[in-house]
Design a protein around this ligand. Structure first.
Ligand code: ADP
Ligand code: MG
Length: 737
């Protein structure tokens, strides 16, 4: 029985040496409790063995030196408005210039005479005051007693700092937590499980991370790959997986679902009206979906598949199964444009089966809408297609059995939890997403769903030629575009529009349309953007579909699924501003018919070297992004990653590979294209890195809940308490608490 207060209940001010001022600074780092501090793991470890005399440095080497600050100067470059702090450090053997970008506050820290440890890559310094230099090195300010104190420790943990609180001070605070609260560091993993997984205890793991064994490999520590780091990462992933598995379990048991019949006449007819035969992958996922729908529990399934792999026909099967069993089905798309497209492509098939299908639009007039709503309420209407506005309270279904959400991954598990809570019905739910999502992300963001993947394309899909152009070579891209137009094809020209309110982007698209109109005359140029009234949008789209428009200039709306077989060129302006997933979506819009597709990317990144696996994704760039302490300026970092992104993209057209890459480069929020990702955060675990840990965590969570579904065994009590505290509220698991 644990009687000690929980670590998360102990405010950080209780720690010796932490007063109100420090507490405020720690809060900036996200540290409010003793638990937060213990999970604030070093972002890096310094190997102090190799403190070299400055005289012994050579260009190209990575080294650590120790010296005193001689001068510190701040300049602002005129051209790029960078703040450059230049620090001259002297030891007994020489001087070394250290240069930092955009960290003006360093001036107040590198005071003359202060002792510093500096660690980084050594470079020649032709114009400086020392023959060699370090750009953006790691540094630590040493106080007088450090020199002796640190001398014994070869491996020194380094923490993210905030202004007014140094890594060293954080280290001390964490040390005093270990002294003061050692007895509160109890284990939450059941002992058998922990041993079976081969992990150290929580207390051993935390101490190994904060006070590493001097014999430990610094490389392993820096990769966060020691057993201690793995244990911490595992624990975080495991707690979330337990919560998600509980959520799935609740969804299945709490509300009875509908057992649809597989043997209905309509399904038999469907095979006959389909203009093609299904791919093996389509058959497999349809089988998985039918299994779910056939059971008397609610289906909660995610259907993943790259653009063009044929998800619509899978959705169609599910809807026909629902209708054939006497229920209604709803298909929701993220935009009106896309819902209309779904509607028009499905309508003939539904008609062939005598299924009544309506399109519910935002702008529909009162009378039309009333008639449609009445049909839905009476049950005369069997399938309703629309946007998420379908979930509004005035839409009353007679017998809604299936909801299909074609969502472009806008809803995560947290949003879905809220949505279900609000709704009175409990239909089966199939979520479709067109963006391949790395497995780790699917297991978290969509962790409450079962997953089906279509990993095969319908026959005849051609790969698309992708070419990169510097902005100054735009005319070459335009020449390719013209060739295609002259061959009778059509083209998209896409402009980024990050926020709908960004007038500048919008203006750029409008101007471009005017310009292209002149340039490509007599070819017809149309413009599509989010600010157009929905009716006008529809008009432009159908003109493009009917080849009354040759070039469609668009902000990113085409992303969500226009299907125009004669379009063969996708020209993307400011390609550097798009994520890989978005680019991949856009590329999927062309080459859908029998002609070769071309994707032309125009960017402002200068020359981009071809991508190869070994290409060192510059340490600076990843360091700068992930760890906050920049050794290059932010704009340089984003340029480096953008370059890498585009060169990967030009050479790879496997959506899953691109998604993994996007996850590594830009993180989960960007891959998913959502802002809310922040609600699911880890302190040690990393979804781009910890694939096998996550898989293990999911498996172990499943096994544990199988043996002890409501975690009532005594050895599981702490585990239950912990995961409910972390996730209970967010995932609305209240009922099991
Ligand atoms: P997405 O998965 O991107 O939604 P769609 O469902 O729009 O893909 O399908 C892309 C195209 O492939 C459509 O034109 C569709 O008619 C066609 N298609 C789908 N399945 C098959 C198949 N088994 N054989 C041939 N063509 C197919
Ligand atoms: Mg689709």
């Amino acid at each position: 029985m644990v009687t000690q207060p929980r670590l998360w209940d102990i405010p950080i001010q209780f720690v010796k040496g932490v007063g109100p001022r420090r507490a405020r600074l720690l809060e900036k780092l996200g540290i409010l409790t003793v638990e937060d501090a213990l999970w604030f793991v070093p972002w890096r470890y310094d190997d102090r063995l190799e403190v070299l005399p400055i005289r012994n440095l050579l260009p190209g080497m990575k080294a650590t030196i120790k010296g005193r600050v001689e001068t510190c100067r701040v300049n602002t470059t005129s051209r790029r408005r960078l703040v450059v702090v230049t620090v001259l450090v002297r030891d007994e053997t020489g001087v070394l210039e250290c240069v930092f970008f955009n960290q003006p506050y360093l001036e107040k820290m590198f005071l003359r005479g202060v002792s510093v440890l500096v660690s980084g890559a050594v470079a020649p310094n032709p114009h400086g005051r020392s023959p060699l230099m370090m750009k953006g090195p790691q540094y630590e300010l040493l106080v007088a007693d450090d020199l002796e104190n640190e001398a014994g420790g070869r491996i020194v943990p380094v923490y993210h700092e905030t202004y007014g609180l140094t890594s060293k001070q954080i280290r001390r605070i964490i040390q005093s937590i270990f002294e003061q609260y050692a007895q509160n560091l109890y284990e939450i993993l059941p002992d058998d499980l922990r041993k079976q997984l081969g992990f150290p205890t929580l207390s051993d793991a935390l101490s190994a991370v904060h006070c590493p064994d001097q014999a430990q490999s610094v490389d392993l520590l820096n990769q966060q790959a020691t057993p201690a780091h793995q244990r911490l990462a595992f624990e975080e992933l495991f707690l979330l997986q337990l919560a998600l598995a509980t959520k799935r379990h609740l969804q299945v048991t709490a509300t009875p679902g509908i057992a649809f019949s597989k043997h209905n006449v309509l399904l038999g007819k469907l095979e006959k009206v389909l203009p093609f035969s299904l791919t093996t992958a389509q058959k497999r996922v349809i089988h998985e979906i039918f299994q779910d729908m056939n059971q008397s529990t609610c289906m909660n399934r995610l259907l993943q598949g790259d653009v063009g792999c044929g998800k619509t026909v899978v959705a169609l099967h599910a809807m026909v199964m629902a209708c054939g069993s006497g229920y209604q089905a709803a298909l929701m798309a993220p935009t009106e444009v896309l819902s209309e497209q779904h509607y028009w492509s499905l309508k003939p098939l539904f008609e062939g089966l005598n299924i009544s299908c309506v399109l519910l639009k935002g702008g529909q007039g009162g009378r039309d809408r009333a008639a449609i709503l009445a049909g839905i309420q009476s049950g005369d209407v069997q399938v309703v297609v629309g946007t998420h506005a379908l979930l509004q309270p005035d839409v009353q279904f007679a017998k809604l059995g299936l909801v299909i959400v074609d969502e472009q991954h806008k809803f995560g598990v947290l949003q879905r939890a809220a949505l279900r809570e609000k709704s009175l019905w409990q239909p089966d739910v199939l979520v479709m997403t067109a963006t391949p999502i790395p497995r780790t992300l699917a297991m978290t963001w969509y962790g409450d769903l079962d997953v089906s993947v279509i990993d095969e394309f319908p026959p005849g899909k051609k790969s698309i030629q992708t070419k990169l152009f510097e902005a100054k070579n735009r005319s070459r891209a335009h020449q390719l575009l013209r060739n295609e137009l002259e061959a009778g094809r059509q083209a998209y020209v896409v402009y980024p529009l990050v926020e709908p309110s960004e007038k500048v982007d919008l203006l750029a698209a409008i101007e471009a349309a005017d310009h292209l109109r002149e340039q490509f005359s007599p070819f017809r140029v149309g413009l599509l953007h989010g600010r157009l009234p929905s009716r006008e949008k529809q008009a432009v789209m159908s003109k493009f579909q009917q080849k009354e428009i040759d070039v469609l200039v668009a902000t990113t709306v085409v992303e969500v699924g226009l299907d125009v077989h004669n379009a063969t060129v996708m020209l993307i302006e400011h390609a550097e501003r798009f994520g890989l997933a978005q680019l991949h979506q856009l590329r999927g819009r062309v080459g859908r018919g029998q002609h070769q597709g071309h994707c032309l990317l125009i960017h402002a990144l200068g020359r981009i070297p071809p991508y190869n696996q070994q290409m060192s994704f510059t340490v600076e760039a990843s360091g700068g992004l992930r760890q906050g302490q920049r050794s290059v300026s932010p704009s340089e970092v984003s340029q480096a990653t953008a370059r890498r992104r585009l060169s990967v993209f030009a050479q790879c057209d496997d959506g899953f590979v691109l998604a993994e890459e996007d996850l590594k480069i830009r993180g989960p929020g960007h891959v998913l294209g959502v802002k809310q990702w922040g609600e699911i955060t880890f302190r040690v675990a990393d979804l781009a890195r910890d694939v096998s840990l996550l898989t293990k965590a999911r498996q172990v969570a499943g096994e544990l809940l199988y043996r002890d579904p409501d975690l009532s065994f005594p050895e599981n009590q702490l585990l239950k308490e912990t995961f409910l505290r972390k996730w209970g509220e967010k995932l609305m698991l209240g009922s099991i608490g």
